[in-house]
Ligand binder design. Structure first.
Ligand code: FES
Ligand SMILES: [Fe+2]
Length: 419
């Protein structure tokens, strides 16, 4: 419905109505498949609260790698929105997660991002907790106060082939089939035997969904990411992709890479289970890994015997995405900070025995995904500004946005699913 004003300037469709009295259920029912989400999904605080309950805190999120906490007493904090967990290796060598909320009057206990110690002391009134979460001491409490009843609350925690996962919800999704099915691809890249080489946090002043949606599609790669577009073939015309994909597959066997593809992203038929996936995609001919010049930036991972010129995408639960090149892994975790702010944490992992300076250089290792994420941050913010305009109206997805479409449909399915 195009129209012109008196000066002949073309106006697009009527501006979206400012008042929309539809309920969330009605809004979801009105979703037009193949189109972007309506504005209220990015602006309505009620929808955001529902997302926290039904999507964010009903999912496992990658909280790091076990190698970050090698010794008893080692801990790290893991925050998602208003929730915070302390992940700690106990005296018995086991890893656990506890709510970072004091059982006295609720203060955060652990303020450090990571560290090592024998106990946690609340900074407010000094209650002392052990590495197993139990309350050890509380000053001047009345007679009859039972320390045994005031231990830290546990947070759902699991480890899958070296990756630590946290879920802040009451009922964490089932994860066993994910653990089983991803065992082979994760073993190929030696996930249990990695270490963190670098980590960076990108604060994005935009609703979290736009950040994840952007990660799902490579329609924008040709325009926004000249560095990435030199290496990665995801933005290639579908007719041209089979040739480069086939060239990589012919190298895979000699390089020790099995040809595996797993697609369990859509959980509609398996409600209450984690969504996950795995696939390997070719880089352009001549590129061996995701680096400035395509040359190796770290020692080969796991069982690999050579560079097949591929990059594997792992996805876990809708917030955590890992990209395994032959010599390093890039782990992306997107989380909301509040309604209009999100965070993207990137961790670069290399083989555990790789030595900085000798085997890898952090600047070279991180170059590609740092420059790409800086660009992503800007386009996500541009997107957020536009979707809040009264002139915003959901447009149709391009064919290359197939994964974003699947992701949005998964989001709506989770929003519909009762607690
Ligand atoms: S709130 Fe932690 S000791 Fe009081
Ligand atoms: Fe991007």
């Amino acid at each position: 419905m195009l129209r012109h004003d008196a000066r002949g300037v073309m106006l697009s469709r009527m501006a979206a109505p400012l008042k929309d009295s539809r309920t969330i259920d009605e809004l979801i029912a009105d979703y037009r498949p193949g189109f972007a989400l309506e504005q209220r999904f990015y602006t309505d605080p009620g929808i955001y609260e529902l997302e926290l309950e039904r999507i964010v805190h009903r999912n496992w999120i990658v909280a790091g790698h076990v190698s970050e906490l090698p010794e008893p007493g080692d801990f790290k904090r893991f925050d998602v929105e208003r929730e915070s967990a302390i992940i700690v290796r106990g005296e018995d060598g086991g890893l656990r997660a506890f709510a970072n909320v004091c059982r006295h009057r609720g203060s955060r206990i652990c303020l450090d991002e990571s560290g090592s110690g024998r106990q946690f002391a609340c900074p407010y009134h000094g209650w002392i907790y052990g590495l197993d979460g139990s309350l050890k001491a509380a000053r001047d409490m009345p007679d009859g106060f039972a320390v045994s009843q005031y231990g830290l609350k546990p947070v759902a925690f699991d480890v899958i082939h070296g990756l630590m996962l946290v879920c802040f919800g009451e009922q964490a999704p089932a994860i066993d089939s994910c653990r089983e099915e991803l065992a082979r691809p994760m073993a190929m890249f030696g996930f249990e035997n990695l270490k963190v080489a670098a980590r960076d946090t990108y604060d994005i002043p935009a609703n979290w969904k736009l950040a994840v949606e952007n990660y799902q599609e490579c329609y924008h790669c040709a325009t926004a990411h000249p560095e990435y577009a030199r290496l990665h073939t995801l933005m290639l015309d579908v007719n041209k992709r089979p040739r480069v994909q086939q060239a990589m597959k012919s190298r895979m066997r000699d390089c020790g890479v099995e040809d595996i593809e797993i697609d369990r992203i859509d959980t509609a038929a398996r409600p209450g289970e984690i969504g996950y996936g795995y696939r390997r995609t070719a880089l352009f001919d001549g590129y061996e890994t995701g680096s400035r010049d395509g040359k190796p930036v770290a020692p080969l991972l796991g069982e690999l015997k050579g560079y097949d010129g591929g990059a594997s995408d792992f996805s876990f639960g809708g917030f955590s995405f890992l990209l395994a090149y032959s010599d390093h892994v890039v782990c992306y975790v997107f989380t909301p900070v509040d309604h209009g702010n999100s965070r993207c944490e990137i961790t670069w992992l290399v083989r555990a025995d790789a030595e900085e300076g000798r085997d890898y250089d952090v600047t070279e290792l991180t170059w590609l995904w740092d420059v790409t994420t800086q660009a992503d941050k800007q386009i996500i913010v541009n997107n957020y500004e536009g979707v809040r305009s009264r002139y915003y109206e959901p447009g149709p997805y391009a064919g290359m946005e197939y994964a974003e479409r699947t992701y949005v449909e998964w989001l709506l399915g989770e929003l519909r699913r009762p607690l």
